[in-house]
Design a binder for this molecule. Structure first.
Ligand code: ACO
Length: 386
C-alpha cells in the first residue's frame, strides 16, 4: 500500500541542495554512555523473550542504563564536556545551545537551558528541538543554517536520552530495542575548506504519526530493568512506546536509501565515493536492507547498535565518535549522517570530514579504571553484567 510518507518521499519535500558558502563544519563531536550494561539475557528475567530472538531480529546484544539519580541534562552535559574538552574549547565561546531528547524528565526548563547553565555558557539562545530519533540531525541542520546566516558563531548541539525510563518494560515488542546515551556536536564556521557540511536534507510527514508514538500510558506496576524483582517507580516516567514495527521498518529502509541518494546528488559526489554512512541505530536488518538497496557494501555503514541498542537522538553522534576513534573517518572523506524516526521525520547531512575533535566518555571504563571494578559488577542499583 502506498502511504502518505511514500508520497512525501516521492518529491513533495524540499530538495537537498549544495549549500552556499561561507562554509560550516563539525568542530567537535562527543558522546557519553552510562556504566551499567543490560544484556539481552538479563531481560529474560522479566520478559518472555530470548537472546536469540532479539539478536536475530534486531542485532542488539546489550544496552546501557543510566543510574536513577542521572537526568537527561546530566548525561547531555557529560557529552558536551567531552566534545568541548576534545577540541580544547571554553564553554564561554558557545553562543547558542540546541538540545534534543525524546525522554525529557520535565517539559521545561528545556534540556538546552539546563546544559547551558551547567556548562557556564553565555546567555545566548538555548532551546530544544523535537523530531524524535531525527532530532540531532535536525538540530545540526538548524545550527548550520544559523552559522551560515551569521546569526550564530559557535553552536553546541546536544542529543541526550534515558530511554529506559520511557519504554514499557512489560512490552517485549519495544522494551528490548532501546538504551541510554548522549551525544554532542559543536558546529562552527569552516576554516579549513576540506572540512565542511556540504548538504542538508530535512523532512517530515505527520500523516505517518501513528506509526511510532512515545506518550503517556498507564504506569501500573512496572518492573525496573536493573532490579526486576522489586519495583522502582522512580526510574519510570510512566510513558510507553507504541510502534507499528513493520511500517517503521519499511519507512526506514526507504528513507535511508532516498536520503543517501539525494545528499550524494546534491553534493555532486558519486554514490560509490561515499566512504561512510553513519545511520540512526534502530535495527541491523534495517541497515543491511538499506545498504542493499543502495548497492553499497554494509561495511560502509557504521553499526554499533549491538552494544548500545537504539539511543534515539544520541545514536548518530555516538556512532560517529566510535567510527572516528576507530580510524574510519579519513580526512577529506565524504561522510553521510542519516536519521529517521517518529513524526514521521527524516534528516541527512553530507559532510567532508576534516579536523573534527572527537571524545568518548564511557562511564564503564572510567569506573573500572578508578576502582578496578571487575567485569560484570555494576554501579549502585544495578544487577546486570556483561
Ligand atoms: N522476544 C520474543 N518474541 C517477540 C519479541 C521479543 N522481544 N517481540 C515480539 N515478539 C514476537 C511477537 O509477539 C510475535 O509473536 P506471534 O507471531 O506469536 O504473534 C512475533 O515475535 C513476531 O512479531 P513482529 O512484531 O511481527 O516481529 P517482527 O519480525 O516484525 O520484528 C521488530 C519486530 C524487530 C520491531 C521489527 O518490526 C522491526 O525491526 N521494526 C523496525 C522498527 C524499529 O527498529 N524500531 C526501532 C525504534 S523506531 C526508530 O528508531 C525510528
Amino acid at each position: 500500500m502506498r502511504t502518505s510518507y511514500d508520497r512525501a518521499l516521492g518529491g513533495d519535500g524540499v530538495p537537498a541542495a549544495l549549500l552556499p558558502g561561507p562554509g560550516c563544519r563539525l568542530v567537535a563531536v562527543g558522546a557519553a554512555v552510562p556504566a551499567s550494561v543490560l544484556a539481552n539475557r538479563h531481560l529474560m528475567a522479566f520478559l518472555d523473550t530470548s537472546d536469540e530472538w532479539i539478536t536475530s531480529r534486531t542485532g542488539i546484544e546489550q544496552r546501557r542504563v543510566a543510574p536513577a539519580e542521572t537526568s537527561v541534562a546530566d548525561l547531555g552535559v557529560r557529552a558536551a564536556e567531552t566534545a568541548l574538552a576534545a577540541a580544547g574549547l571554553d564553554p564561554g565561546t558557545i553562543d547558542t545551545v540546541i538540545a534534543t531528547s525524546s525522554s525529557v524528565d520535565v517539559t521545561f526548563p528545556s534540556v538546552a537551558c539546563r546544559v547551558q547553565a551547567r556548562l557556564g555558557c553565555p546567555p545566548g539562545p538555548a532551546f530544544d528541538v523535537q523530531a524524535a530519533c531525527t532530532g540531532l540531525v535536525y538540530a545540526v541542520g538548524l545550527a548550520d543554517a544559523l552559522v551560515r546566516a551569521g546569526s550564530a558563531r559557535r553552536v553546541l548541539v546536544v542529543g541526550s536520552e534515558i530511554f529506559t525510563r520511557v519504554v514499557d518494560w512489560r512490552d517485549r515488542g519495544t522494551a528490548v530495542l532501546f538504551g541510554d546515551a548522549a551525544g554532542a556536536v559543536v558546529v562552527g564556521p569552516a576554516s579549513d575548506p576540506g572540512s565542511e557540511i556540504l548538504a542538508v536534507r530535512l523532512g517530515a510527514d505527520g500523516h505517518g504519526a501513528d506509526a511510532l508514538v512515545a506518550g503517556s500510558a498507564d504506569p501500573g506496576p512496572m518492573p525496573d530493568p536493573l532490579t526486576p524483582d522489586r519495583p522502582a517507580p522512580a526510574r519510570s516516567l510512566g510513558r510507553s512506546v507504541r510502534m507499528n514495527g513493520r511500517e517503521v521498518f519499511r519507512f526506514s529502509t526507504q528513507v535511508i536509501e532516498r536520503l543517501v541518494r539525494e545528499l550524494a546528488a546534491a553534493a555532486e559526489i558519486p554514490l560509490d565515493d561515499l566512504e561512510l554512512v553513519v545511520p540512526h541505530q534502530a535495527n541491523s536488518r534495517i541497515l543491511a536492507t538499506a545498504a542493499g538497496r543502495l548497492g553499497l557494501p554494509l561495511d560502509r555503514f557504521v553499526v554499533n547498535l549491538d552494544r548500545y541498542g537504539n539511543t534515539s537522538t544520541a545514536s548518530v553522534p555516538l556512532a560517529l565518535v566510535e567510527a572516528a576513534l576507530a580510524g574510519r573517518c579519513r580526512p577529506g572523506a565524504p561522510i553521510g549522517l542519516v536519521a529517521f524516526g517518529g513524526g514521521l521525520t527524516w534528516g541527512g547531512i553530507l559532510l567532508r570530514w576534516g579536523e573534527t575533535a572527537v571524545g568518548l566518555d564511557d562511564a564503564r571504563l572510567s569506573q573500572r579504571a578508578a576502582a578496578a571494578v571487575p567485569a560484570g559488577i555494576q554501579d549502585a542499583g544495578g544487577t546486570a553484567g556483561e
